[in-house]
Every structure is written in C-alpha cells, then in structure tokens.
Design a protein around this ligand. Structure first.
Ligand code: ADP
Length: 261
C-alpha cells in the first residue's frame, strides 16, 4: 500500500518536472514554427534544395511539437473536452478499428459488464489511451494471442483511495489483458516514466503509458498494472462513474464541466 502511494508521488514529481519543460518547449517551438512558415513563404520558388531544407525543418518541428504534446498529456496540462460516455458503447465501437490496427495475429475479445458507467471523459483521449494499451499488448505477443478488453463497475474504498490519491466511491473499470511476455519488476517500476522503453529504436517512444497515466489522472482516475514475466499483463483503468443528469457536455457551462473532473 505504501509502495503504491510512493509510486503515485513519484509520478507527481516526474509530471511536474516534465510539464515545466514541455510547456516552455512548446512556446519555443511555436516561435520556430511561425518563423519557418514565414521563411517558407518568402523563399524564392524554384530552388528545390532550399525548399527541401525548409520542409525538413518544418517537418522536424512538427515532430517535436507532437512529442511535447504527448508530454503535456502526461503532465496533465492537456485541455480535455469531457463528455458523457457509455463505456460499453465506446469499446464496441472501437473493435473494428482495433482489429485492423492490431493485425491478424491478435484476437480481440470484449467482455462487457452489465450497466457499466457512464463516465465523463474526453472521448478522443480515452480511445487514444485504450489504443496505446492495445498496441502494447500486441507488441508483448509477437507470436499473437488473445487480447481481452473488459468493462465493469467498481468501488474504491477509503483505504484504497488514499493509496491512489483519488476520491473514494464508484468507478468504471476498463481492463486490457494480454498473455504476452509480461514485465519484470524493474521494468514495471519504470513503465509509466516518459521515454522509458524496452523496445527497439524507432519502435517505441516510451510515451504510450505515460500518456495513458496522465490522461487518466487528469480525469480523476487511476491506472493499475499487474504483470508477471512469461504470464502476461493486465492494465486497469479506473475512471470516476458519472452520476449527473444526461446533459450533453457541450451544453454544460465550462465551470460545471471542470467540476465533473
Ligand atoms: P513504448 O510502448 O513506446 O515502449 P510505453 O510507455 O507504452 O512505451 O511502454 C513502456 C514499456 O513498458 C514498454 O517498452 C514495455 O517494456 C513495457 N510494457 C508496456 N506494456 C506492456 C505489456 N502489455 N506487456 C509487456 N510489457 C509492457
């Protein structure tokens, strides 16, 4: 239990540090991008070499901006647009896309709980988080296998809530489970750190789980991982169950929306 709280506190500290860097970098990149765009417009057209260089600089800057965006997601600086989501609907709606993304070797199995949710969350970010987890599951099963996506209602009691530094109460639990290579304790301890990856250069950025973590924490929830080498990995996402009326997020005033978080 204390170990869990320590882990949460460590992520807080890493998040603050990363957030500061990402924020400043983002500002600098905006300046660079603005200048590059102006420069590109002023270029004498026809000089293919110069145009190619300008395009390469812009492409590189875009890449860097995408990276700082992911870091900002981790450090919970992302502007979220929460809406009322039926988790079972969301998971069902993703299954075709997941099947395409994960390839033939991975069988996606969904286990939907009864009357799950709803949650208030940013739909695009939640989908993105689940895709990240599913891609990790695929990568952990190089010979293929079954990936299970499950939904359920859950209750976090006061003791658990304290360990995770979240509110006690009703949550929605979305789980991904693979029968892949699993993680040794040293990897698991660092799996959520930004830029931590065990994958080959070009294959992993080490930002997938940190993004998941930041998004879920910013949404008032918690992420739990269980893993054993050779046995597979279970990632549990807890999001606060939403009890408000069924008003569309866009119709709710901004102040009310943030409060739901
Ligand atoms: P990336 O996937 O780019 O490496 P992540 O932050 O998503 O970045 O994951 C960090 C590391 O955590 C991975 O490199 C891997 O070692 C480990 N990991 C994450 N998910 C799983 C999983 N389902 N099974 C085994 N290892 C995993």
């Amino acid at each position: 239990a204390e170990e869990q709280l320590r882990q949460v506190q460590k992520m807080e500290a890493v998040g603050r540090l990363t957030g500061g860097i990402a924020h400043d970098f983002n500002n600098m990149l905006a300046v660079i991008m603005g200048s590059l765009n102006l420069l590109q417009r002023k270029l004498a057209h026809g000089d293919a070499d110069v145009e190619r260089l300008a395009n390469a600089a812009i492409e590189g800057t875009r890449h860097a901006a995408a990276l700082t965006n992911r870091l900002q997601a981790f450090s919970r600086q992302q502007s979220l647009a929460p809406e009322r989501i039926d988790p079972n609907n969301l998971v069902t709606g993703m299954s075709d896309m997941l099947a395409r993304t994960l390839g033939e070797r991975v069988r996606v199995e969904t286990v939907l709980g009864a009357e799950v949710g709803p949650v208030m969350a940013d739909r695009a970010q939640l989908e993105n988080a689940l895709v990240n987890l599913c891609i990790n599951a695929r990568d952990a099963m190089p010979d293929g296998g079954t990936l299970t996506l499950a939904t359920a209602n859950a209750v976090i009691d006061a003791a658990e809530a304290k360990n995770y530094a979240i509110a006690a109460g009703e949550y929605v639990l979305i789980t991904t489970k693979d029968a892949g290579v699993g993680m040794v304790p040293e990897v698991m301890a660092r799996a959520f750190d930004p830029f931590f990856t065990t994958k080959d250069v070009g294959k992993g950025t080490g930002l997938g789980l940190s993004q998941v973590y930041g998004f879920v924490r910013q949404s008032g929830g918690h992420v739990k991982v269980e893993s054993a080498p050779g046995r597979g990995t279970v990632v549990e996402i807890y999001l606060p169950r939403h009890h408000g009326e069924a008003i569309a997020a866009s119709a709710a005033p901004a102040a009310q929306r943030t409060q739901v978080l």
